[in-house]
Design a protein around this ligand. Structure first.
Ligand code: ADP
Length: 277
C-alpha cells in the first residue's frame, strides 16, 4: 500500500494493526552451530491483532532479542515470524521500535524529529506538517514543537520519540523498556498516556519490561519468559478494566494478579542466579 493511500485514510493508517505469529524461534549469539550463547529456545507465541502484549522476565532472558527478531533488526536463524505483511525477514514499515534511550536527533527540534521520520517513511511533503502536528498533540507536546531534546525532560523526550514512531503509522509498535530511564512518577504518567494512546491508535504493541507492575498495568496479555535460554513459561491474560488509571493500583484483582505474576517471575530470577532452569 502506498503512502498516498495512508494519507487518504489517516485514521485507519497504511499499516493496520496486525497479529504476530512466532513459531519455533530459537536464537544463538556468537558461533553458529553450537558453541554460541543460546538466547532463545523454541519460542511459540501468537499475538493478536491490536493486542497490548508484554514480554516479562529477568534480565538476560532474551526479551530484547525476541523484540529485535520481530522487528527484523536481527535475522531469524531458526523458526518463523510472520505478520499480516508476510514473513519477517527484515525491518519493514509495518513495524516500528521505541528504545529506552529516546533515540532523538539532539540537533533537531521536536517537530523536525517527527518530520524526519515521516520523510524517511516516504510521506509526501504536503502531508508531513499536519501529520507531525497531530501526533505531537496526541502525546501532549503542543507548544514544544520548536524545543530541542536537551530542553525537554526525560518524559517529554520519550513522548517525542513515541510521536515520531506513531506518526509513520506502523501497525505494530515494538517497545524496548521505553520508560526504563525515567523516574518512577514520570514513568507512571507515561504508562497511563501510552495506554490511552494505544486505545486511540489501535496498534498491536509488544512491550518489553522486567517490571511486573508495569506489565500488569499495560498489558492485555503477558508472556513470562524463563531465564536464559529464554522460553515462554506462562502466557497470562490480564482481565482488568480497559480504562486503567492510577486507581487500578488499589484494585484487588490488580494486586492479586501482580503478586501471582511476581512469584512466577521470581522463580525465573532465582533460577537465573543459580544457573538452573
Ligand atoms: P533481555 O532483553 O531479556 O535482558 P537480551 O535479549 O538482551 O535479554 O539478551 C539475551 C542473552 O543474549 C543475554 O545473555 C545476553 O548477554 C546475550 N546477548 C544479547 N545480545 C548479544 C550480542 N550482541 N552478542 C552476544 N550475546 C548477546
Amino acid at each position: 500500500m502506498s503512502r498516498t493511500d495512508a494519507s487518504a485514510a489517516p485514521r485507519q493508517g497504511a499499516h493496520l494493526a496486525s497479529g504476530i505469529s512466532i513459531s519455533d524461534v530459537s536464537h544463538s549469539y556468537g558461533a553458529q552451530g553450537g558453541s554460541g550463547v543460546l538466547a532463545l529456545d523454541g519460542i511459540n507465541l501468537e499475538i493478536g491483532d491490536g493486542e497490548f502484549h508484554c514480554l516479562l522476565g529477568p534480565s538476560g532472558c532474551g526479551k530484547s532479542t525476541l523484540l529485535y527478531l520481530v522487528g527484523g533488526f536481527i535475522p531469524v536463524q531458526s523458526g518463523t515470524i510472520s505478520t499480516a505483511a508476510g514473513l519477517v525477514t527484515a525491518p519493514g514499515p509495518d513495524r516500528s521500535i521505541v528504545f529506552q534511550n529516546f533515540a532523538l536527533f539532539p540537533w533537531k527540534t521536536v517537530k523536525d524529529n517527527v518530520l524526519y521520520g515521516l520523510k524517511k517513511a516516504g510521506y509526501p511533503s504536503a502531508e508531513r506538517e499536519p501529520r507531525a502536528q497531530r501526533y505531537i498533540d496526541m502525546v501532549h507536546l503542543t507548544g514544544f514543537e520548536n524545543a530541542y531534546p536537551s530542553q525537554l525532560s526525560g518524559g517529554m523526550q520519550q513522548r517525542a520519540a513515541i510521536a515520531r514512531t506513531l506518526a509513520v503509522d506502523p501497525g505494530i509498535l515494538l517497545m524496548d523498556e521505553p520508560f526504563g530511564a525515567l523516574d518512577a512518577q514520570t514513568r507512571r504518567v507515561m504508562q497511563e498516556e501510552l495506554r490511552a494512546i494505544w486505545r486511540e491508535s489501535r496498534k498491536t504493541v509488544v512491550f518489553v519490561t522486567h517490571d511486573v507492575q508495569e506489565a500488569v498495568f499495560l498489558a492485555d496479555r503477558i508472556s513470562i519468559m524463563s531465564a536464559r535460554p529464554g522460553r515462554i513459561q506462562h502466557v497470562i491474560d490480564v482481565n482488568l478494566p480497559k480504562d486503567r488509571g492510577e486507581e487500578i493500583l488499589e484494585n484487588r484483582d490488580f494486586i492479586g494478579l501482580s503478586e501471582h505474576i511476581w512469584r512466577l517471575v521470581r522463580e525465573q530470577a532465582v533460577a537465573a542466579t543459580r544457573g538452573v532452569h
